[in-house]
Design a protein around this ligand. Structure first.
Ligand SMILES: [Zn+2]
Length: 62
């Protein structure tokens, strides 16, 4: 099962959309390059198990 969610880039603040594979778990962490400035963001994805609402925190890739 896959869904999409928006996140704000940790570098430029622009909003990007990411694909999330819910079957990979309700708490995920992966790196994705910003679609605007191409810098790598660490995405901390948390998915509500009941509503499947997605929340994403971003951080700088060290
Ligand atoms: Zn960016």
């Amino acid at each position: 099962m896959q869904t999409t969610a928006d996140y704000s880039c940790a570098y430029c603040g622009e909003t990007s959309t990411t694909f999330i594979d819910i079957s990979a778990g309700f708490s995920q962490r992966y790196v994705e390059d910003c679609q605007v400035c191409c810098r790598p963001n660490i995405l901390y994805v948390s998915i509500d198990e009941e509503t499947l609402e997605v929340e994403i925190q971003t951080d700088y890739e060290e």
